[in-house]
Design a protein around this ligand. Structure first.
Ligand code: OOG
Ligand code: NI
Length: 471
């Protein structure tokens, strides 16, 4: 395998998916359900008679079939900074800051992901990565957590050596790429032997189940992987039909004709046998609930204005639902009702600047269009609106590649047994981007900026092709 970050990322994602399938067989079943749902959706949309099944590979964009995101939870600055170095070698960079205290978790996060359209098209694998906010823990728990974290090393020595090599020479040789994958997997592998005693585990868990999950084990086990679907409502139904322990509702915006942002659901985390350290040196049997399978449907990226509108509507829905005790279907009905306020046509999303778009020439090689435009430009500057009115340019929405903190909170909540003692305290905390970047040892990119650059680039390419001075 010659060193190509996109290829390395694709291989790593595949290896991780295979490992997780063998660790959590229900995740393999979920992949099959998604495959069937997508095939059925494509088949229905083509309105083909008979019951031959279409291979989604033949009709869906290639990235759909391999698309995954995963999530890990870390404890220290060293862990976060080293994960950053590992993912950088695979072309994944920190994008976005997620404050999970909003949802009552003593954590904040970023997503490591490809940050250009070209790299996303090659393989869009991302990892949502949270780190504990020690300052939000009580002193007693902080000390306990610190002790457990100090004594673990989630990276193999060979992985650390490979990162040094990659950084100093700028690439890895073929056999080093293979080693990076096998050593990288060790960081994400499940270990059923905890590094803490049962009493310590219980104490950590009583303060917040997440703290126990982060600090009690010798690795930072991958806690879910997430294939992408084109019809999440159908996947939810099929999971129920298969008797999977499905999360009660789909997170994110309601179903719309113009899908926006991200909708997610999951099968709930399994209760797994783990062994806790016994002060005498042997192990005692117990259980832990952490690992699940998720599915996502991606919609369009929103501008800051679009996102503000999304957040406002969602905040109002949540306040109203809390006041009236609405859950499940009643919550979803209210959500759908309140989201009618959010424009649901491409032209409105575009004209009201609620979403990001890629511009293209409608007929790329039409010389007469170019000539008449050039003579018009001598009289007055040509605007984007002119080009759209004349149908010289068309646009298509950009896919949202990131995450949503409140949805992430909903996913966390469905997958952790037990209730937090310190939720209210945590919810009054402020976001701390600076603190996060200090732990990371680098800056996180602003996701809105990345989408704006994609949009601007596409417009610039059109301008050049039309040989206009300005648009
Ligand atoms: C992360 C949950 C967030 C998503 O898709 O929003 C997430 C976690 O459970 O550690 O993966
Ligand atoms: Ni997820």
């Amino acid at each position: 395998m010659a060193y190509d970050q996109n290829v390395l990322r694709a291989h790593f994602c595949h290896a991780l998916s295979e490992m997780y399938k063998s660790e959590v067989p229900l995740y393999g079943d979920l992949i099959d359900v998604v495959w069937n749902a997508d095939a059925k959706t494509v088949q229905d949309s083509h309105n083909i008679e008979g019951n031959h099944v279409i291979n989604p590979d033949d009709v869906l964009p290639a990235r759909h079939r391999v698309e995954r995101h995963g999530a890990i939870r870390l404890g220290t600055a060293h862990e976060l900074a080293t994960i950053r170095r590992m993912f950088a070698v695979m072309g994944m960079h920190p994008v976005g800051y997620y404050d999970l205290s909003l949802a009552g978790f003593p954590m904040h996060a970023t997503a490591f992901r490809p940050n250009t359209q070209e790299a996303l098209d090659e393989n869009p694998f991302r990892v949502f990565t949270t780190v504990l906010r020690m300052e939000l823990l009580t002193e007693r728990t902080r000390k306990l957590a610190q002790k457990a974290l100090d004594q673990r090393n989630i990276f193999t020595p060979r992985l650390l050596a490979l990162l040094d090599i990659a950084e100093s020479q700028g690439f890895l040789a073929s056999d080093q790429c293979t080693e990076l994958i096998s050593n990288g997997l060790e960081t994400f592998r499940w270990h059923s032997k905890a590094t803490v005693t049962f009493e310590e585990y219980e104490e950590l868990k009583a303060e917040h189940p997440l703290i126990a999950d982060v600090v009690s084990f010798p690795s930072s086990h991958i806690n879910h992987l997430t294939p992408r679907t084109i019809d999440i409502d159908l996947v939810q139904k099929l999971m129920l039909d298969h008797g999977m322990p499905v999360k009660e509702r789909i997170e994110g915006p309601p179903k719309r004709s113009c899908p926006i942002l991200l909708r997610q659901t999951s099968f709930k985390a399994l209760e797994e046998t783990v062994y806790f350290k016994d002060p005498s040196g042997s192990y005692v049997k117990g259980s832990h609930t952490a690992r699940f399978g998720e599915v996502e449907q991606r919609g369009y990226a929103l501008t800051r204005e679009g996102r503000q509108l999304y957040d406002q509507i969602l905040d109002r829905v949540n306040a109203e639902a809390a006041k009236n005790g609405l859950k499940g279907e009643a919550y979803d009905t209210l959500l759908a009702e309140r989201f009618k306020e959010f424009p649901d046509s491409l032209s409105e999303l575009h004209d009201l600047r609620l979403g990001y778009f890629i511009y293209r020439l409608t007929s790329p090689n039409d010389q007469s269009v170019n000539e008449s435009l050039l003579s018009e430009e001598k009289l007055h500057p040509i605007s984007l609106q002119d080009l759209l009115d004349k149908q010289i340019l068309s646009y298509e929405p950009i896919t949202y590649e990131d995450f949503l903190p409140l949805s992430a909170g909903g996913i966390f909540n469905s997958n952790l047994g037990g209730v937090s003692q310190s939720k209210q305290l945590i919810m009054s905390a402020d976001p701390d981007l600076d603190g996060f970047q200090r732990l990371l040892g680098a800056c996180v990119a602003d996701e809105f900026h990345l989408y704006a650059v994609m949009q601007q680039k596409s417009l610039e390419i059109c301008r050049q092709k039309l040989q206009l001075r300005e648009v």
